[in-house]
Design a protein around this ligand. Structure first.
Ligand code: ADP
Length: 416
């Protein structure tokens, strides 16, 4: 039985085809820079020892899915003769609102609900929906399952998810912290527990998912007890284009100053702030790091602010957890930017964190799971490549086999 996992981001589409019976990844890849120029597809078929990168003009997610289908079924990297070999598809969906606390088979009702809460995740839910519709059109006969980023954080206590706002806003409008990147935090925390040689439910872990979107999570005895994103993916650490934590009065102040409405402000905070806001030109941290190296002061500042906010979250969550076994860096920036990691964890002697500076600066995603702290560090620090697709696959299989019970009970363990 082969399961296809799709993860449609705002400008990227990650995919992974897994042979469930053999517990093997047969193909994986990414379509990058969708709709922003210089797009390409990287396709890997590990069992055939194939790895290829091809540049195409890819303007939207429909075209991206067609290229994924073509990469899986034709050419040197083909791994199946037709899409009929795929038993089910798992889709990442960012926001499930209050309705979805676990993964679910996608019906028309589910699509409508995801669409109804799209305003809560304007950069992602529409892209996820586009992916679902395009994949359903390409593979109408197979079950499609939605896996929500919000589900893992349903274990947060009330004191962590409630805002100090009129209580009726929670009762009538569902205003509360939801949190995102749940599958990633879950996966890397379980891998960290494995690296520590303990059961996940014995470990307290701080996970830092740093990609275009950034979120931090405090995990106590294996479950999420707090996270930096909220009702929407806007708050928390600073991100590629989102502002993260700011004085909540600023949007109102600037709406008056600029004489603009909520739509303008929503777009500005979600799409024109964060790293892009500070640098004025970049969202990709690789560009920011190169420009900072060449002396661009605003790029230097963006790196400093990003790392400073991450360091503050580490401190805050150390206080939340009381005892910390490990800190994990993951996602595009967390896996690849030694510089951001270094700046976020240096001078944290108060927590007993000692980093192997050279090892950290030279560790990239390709190295696989790597301990970047020294053996005498009281808190272990790991770089762990995230693999949300494994969480997707196990949930999809459980659902189509009718064995799905509770999202958090599944081991997500078939990775060796
Ligand atoms: P998302 O899934 O939120 O789109 P990813 O987790 O794929 O994000 O991360 C994408 C980001 O990773 C890019 O914007 C880029 O800034 C960053 N990134 C990738 N490689 C590197 C690198 N070598 N150094 C610094 N940043 C990197």
């Amino acid at each position: 039985m082969k399961i296809l996992a799709l993860n449609c981001g705002s400008s990227s589409l990650k995919y992974q085809l897994t042979d469930w019976d053999k517990k093997e990844v047969v193909a994986s890849g990414i379509v990058e820079r969708i709709g922003i120029g210089d797009s390409f597809i990287e396709h890997e078929a590990p069992l055939k020892n194939y790895k290829g990168k091809t540049k195409y003009a890819i303007d939207n997610h429909e075209t991206a899915i067609q290229w994924v289908i073509s990469a899986l079924t034709a050419g040197e990297g083909a791994v199946i003769s037709s899409m009929d070999e795929i038993a089910a598809v798992g889709h990442r969906v960012v926001h499930g609102g209050e309705k979805f606390t676990q993964s679910v088979l996608i019906t028309d009702d589910v699509v409508n609900h995801i669409s109804a809460v799209s305003h809560l995740a304007p950069l992602h839910n529409p892209a996820n929906l586009t992916g679902i519709k395009a994949a359903k059109a390409a593979m109408p006969e197979v079950p499609h399952v939605a896996i929500f980023d919000t589900a893992f954080h349903q274990t947060m206590p009330e004191k962590a998810y409630m805002y100090a706002l009129p209580y009726e806003w929670y009762q009538n409008n569902a205003v509360r912290r939801y949190g995102f990147h749940g599958t990633s935090h879950l996966y890397v925390s379980k891998r960290a527990a494995a690296l520590l040689g303990k059961d996940a439910n014995e470990c307290n872990i701080i996970t830092l998912h740093i990609g275009n979107g950034v979120s931090c999570c405090a995990i106590k005895n294996g479950v999420s007890v707090d996270t930096s994103m909220g009702l929407t993916p806007l708050p928390g650490a600073i991100m590629g284009t989102r502002c993260g934590d700011i004085d909540p009065a600023i949007p109102l102040f600037m709406m008056k100053q600029l004489d603009v409405g909520p739509k303008f402000m929503d777009n500005l905070l979600n799409k024109k702030s964060g790293i892009l806001g500070i640098t004025g030109k970049y969202t990709d941290r690789r560009d920011v790091e190169v420009a900072a190296e060449e002396g661009d002061k605003r790029c230097e500042l963006a790196i400093d602010i990003e790392a400073y906010k991450l360091k503050q979250y580490i401190g805050m969550y150390a206080a939340t957890l009381g005892k910390v076994d490990a800190i994990v860096f993951t996602a595009g920036v967390g896996e690849n930017s030694g510089l951001i990691r270094q700046k976020a964890i240096e001078d944290l002697d108060c927590l007993g964190i000692v980093v192997d500076k050279d090892k950290n600066l030279n560790t990239r995603s390709k190295a696989g799971e790597t301990e970047i702290s020294t053996p005498d560090s009281k808190i272990k620090v790991f770089m762990i490549p995230t693999n949300e697709e494994i969480v997707f696959v196990e949930d999809v299989v459980a659902i189509i086999q009718g064995k799905y019970d509770d999202h958090t009970k599944y081991p997500y363990s078939f990775k060796k």
